[in-house]
Design a protein around this ligand. Structure first.
Ligand code: ACO
Length: 367
């Protein structure tokens, strides 16, 4: 009682809040293990459906194959599309990020489909419908027979994607599908621990994701690149932003003390995509200068490129509107949230930490 906490204690830095078999972030070495494999060995090599099968397997103990997941997600996308008329009215007048929150809050169980699949299948259908709605267009119907990445792109853009584009989005979905005890996953686990249902838990997780310190960063990354505009303006722009005390989006991380391994995986995916729309040399120059400037500003606190910097460039190169970047992050992370919620529910333990009271005590004079 009456004990002020340090900044690290307030942020729960380094406090293990769950036992998990799902993923592990090794911050000092810059490693990320998802479902027992390094992220670089999964992205571009294993499909989103196969990694999803492994995570759901790990969380529930029920054997699932890539083919099972592919079929159940296809069916779930179709069912979500059939329910759009009921989900979309709540989104009118809202931005895509906020409309997504309102629509996913309306999800409920579908008979014959696991709740996990209902959630993960519905997310790209809702994201696609909101992007089309913002253009004044009708939603594009899903195709249950193509991959989740291919269908996501089709519903977002209204046309079939080519193989390189599908591979790039698939690599992105795998790269960001789970990431230890990040803020949105922790939120999801807290809600799941109360025995609230999976839909409540993932809606809460999405709300936590939307903040710029977490999954809301990629849109501002593009705004930063736009604002810098030319090579000559990199130095003065970064200098002014840091002098104003601003945080540069796409840099820094609570856990990583070296480069976020996901940044390199996504950079490689952009190179494979060889997108005409992505000015990777310019972005790389901005990145290199910002890393240098952050080293000068905070010599004792390594601040390196995080996943959001290259997320912004990759999703932009795929012609996904920047207003939809956070929902697209959720399309991937929904797998991690659902797996963590199930893993938490299996423990049967309510998450209920304590607080340090620093307010007045009745009958005790303030010192
Ligand atoms: N730009 C400038 N300065 C920064 C940045 C940044 N991106 N990140 C941290 N710093 C500074 C802080 O202001 C702080 O300075 P101070 O000691 O003078 O106050 C110092 O570095 C140390 O910061 P920490 O408290 O150690 O940072 P924290 O662990 O809270 O931050 C975070 C992690 C929130 C990601 C932060 O680096 C940040 O705000 N980055 C920009 C937003 C961003 O990229 N978000 C996406 C994160 S990845 C993801 O969630 C998927």
């Amino acid at each position: 009682m009456n004990m002020h906490l340090t900044k690290s204690q307030i942020g729960l830095d380094g406090v293990p809040a769950a036992e998990t078999v799902l993923s592990h972030v090794e911050g000092e070495r810059g490693e990320l293990i998802i479902a027992g494999e390094h992220v670089a060995d999964l992205a571009g090599k294993s499909s989103f459906e196969s990694v999803t099968a492994r995570l759901w397997n790990g969380a529930t103990g029920r054997p699932l194959s890539e083919a099972n997941v592919r079929a159940s997600l296809g069916g779930a996308r179709q069912r979500a599309f059939d329910r759009l008329a009921a989900l979309l009215p709540a989104t009118r007048g809202l931005s895509i990020v906020d409309g997504f929150r309102a629509a996913i809050a309306g999800l409920r169980g579908e008979s014959g489909i696991d709740h996990e699949a209902t959630v993960v299948g519905a997310f790209p259908v809702i994201a696609g419908a909101l992007v089309q709605q913002a253009k004044g267009h009708d939603p594009v119907a899903p195709d249950p027979n193509i991959s989740h990445a291919a269908d996501t792109l089709k519903m977002l853009r209204g046309r079939k994607a080519d193989a390189r584009e599908i591979a790039a989005l698939d690599a992105y979905l795998v790269t960001v599908c789970d990431h230890g005890m990040n803020a949105s996953t922790f939120t999801t686990r807290v809600v799941a621990s109360t025995q609230a249902d999976l839909f409540a838990a993932v809606t809460a997780g999405y709300c936590a994701l939307t903040g710029p310190l977490h999954g809301g960063a990629p849109e501002p990354v593009l705004e930063m690149l736009d604002a810098i505009g030319t090579r000559e303006r990199i130095k003065p722009w970064v200098y002014d932003a840091l002098a104003r005390g601003e945080r540069l989006m796409g840099f820094g991380h609570r856990i990583y003390r070296v480069r976020d391994p996901r940044a390199d995986v996504l950079k490689a995916a952009i190179e494979r995509l060889a997108a005409d729309g992505a000015d990777l040399p310019f972005a790389s120059e901005v990145e290199a200068y910002i890393r240098q400037a952050l080293r000068r500003k905070n010599p004792d606190r390594p601040l390196e490129t995080n996943v959001e910097f290259f997320t912004a460039i990759l999703l932009d190169a795929l012609a996904i509107p920047r207003q939809a970047f956070t929902p697209i992050f959720a399309v991937a992370r929904a797998v991690g949230w659902t797996a963590h919620a199930r893993e938490q529910q299996r423990t049967g333990r309510l998450i209920r930490p304590s607080s340090s009271y620093v307010g007045p005590i009745p009958g005790v004079a303030r010192g």
